[in-house]
Design a protein around this ligand. Structure first.
Ligand SMILES: Cc1ncc(C[n+]2csc(CCOP(=O)(O)OP(=O)(O)O)c2C)c(N)n1
Ligand code: SF4
Length: 287
């Protein structure tokens, strides 16, 4: 841990990159006040601290307001289909282990339609970072309950609430095998930026679950600013203790909950394929 902090400080001193180098310049179409702005700022700042240039980083997303994020950054990006960000990111990391791969998206994208990929990405423990912007609602499709929605949240599609116990992403990640598990708040981009650097550098699959308010369909989430507080414990290696801590948590504790020591999947260096060779395979009518 100390080694990681020292490396962060080292990079801050010597790195010539600036946050603007990671911006695509495109103007986000998010609602004013959406928590995803804080996550975007944190990713830009975190990648500056990390010190690798934009062309050595790839952001992969699914579909949703939050999944638009790769379009706002200058790294390589892949805006995929709903729930499939982790499948694409896993394949990419296996064939290009030299790149830093970051999957991003929402709670609907990652925990509902993409839930199976989430469990198995934790289990496979491929070395990458997954940032989930959790607003406990489907923002893009106008406010349906998601897997993390509180059971009594009243909305048009579920009057009186859905009455189901919410999914616990941190407990799920720890028990399925993720090696680094944390929760952050989008309203504190500097803390999140440091967590992003640590998650990127920690070997194996890292989950950062970000409380990212949907100010349009869940305006009451503006209160998160006053409700979030540091997690009581940060647990190293002891997976059972970390899972117990995650189950006891009320969903508003912020910090790194678990740092594991599982060895990540490592792939051997892959042969470089020239783009011209790939293009040749698509030429119609070649003999
Ligand atoms: C296969 C498929 N099913 C459903 C949809 C419709 N859809 C688009 S975004 C979305 C939910 C997004 O919610 P979330 O991932 O929580 O992201 P947010 O918009 O809240 O950031 C849904 C259901 C789709 N695009 N593709
Ligand atoms: S609908 Fe919600 S999640 Fe989507 S951009 Fe607006 S505030 Fe953000």
């Amino acid at each position: 841990m100390n080694e990681i902090v020292t490396k962060i400080e080292h990079d801050q001193t010597h790195c010539a990159l600036a946050a603007k180098d990671f911006s695509s310049g495109a103007h986000p179409v998010w609602c004013l006040g959406c928590g995803d702005f804080g996550v975007l700022a944190a990713l830009e700042r975190g990648l500056v601290k990390h010190g690798r240039p934009p062309h050595e980083v790839v952001l992969v997303s699914g579909i949703g307001c939050s999944s638009r994020l790769p379009g706002y950054m200058s790294t390589y990006g892949f805006h995929g289909v709903h729930g499939r960000a982790l499948a694409v990111a896993s394949g990419l990391k296996l064939v290009r282990p030299d790149l830093d791969v970051i999957a991003v998206g929402g709670d609907g994208d990652g925990y509902s339609i993409g839930g199976n990929h989430f469990i198995h990405a934790c289990r496979r423990n491929i070395d990458m970072l997954y940032v989930v912007m959790d607003n406990r609602v489907y923002g893009m499709t106008k406010g349906q309950p998601s897997p993390t929605t509180e059971p009594d949240w009243d909305c048009d599609i579920a009057p009186g609430g859905i009455g189901l116990r919410p999914f616990n992403p941190l407990a799920m990640a720890i028990t399925a095998g993720a090696n680094f598990v944390a929760r952050a708040f989008a309203g504190d981009p500097n803390e999140l930026a440091d967590m992003i650097v640590e998650g990127l550098r920690w070997p194996g699959f890292a989950l950062i679950e970000v409380l990212s308010p949907c100010i349009t369909f869940r305006p009451e989430q503006a209160a998160w600013k006053k409700q979030v507080r540091p997690l009581p414990l940060s647990i190293e290696r002891d997976r059972a203790a970390a899972a117990a801590e995650a189950l006891a948590d009320d969903g508003l504790g912020i910090g790194v909950l678990y740092r594991g020591e599982r060895a990540p999947v490592v792939t051997p260096p892959q042969p470089q394929i020239a783009v011209a060779d790939i293009e040749r395979e698509f030429v119609i009518g070649r003999s």
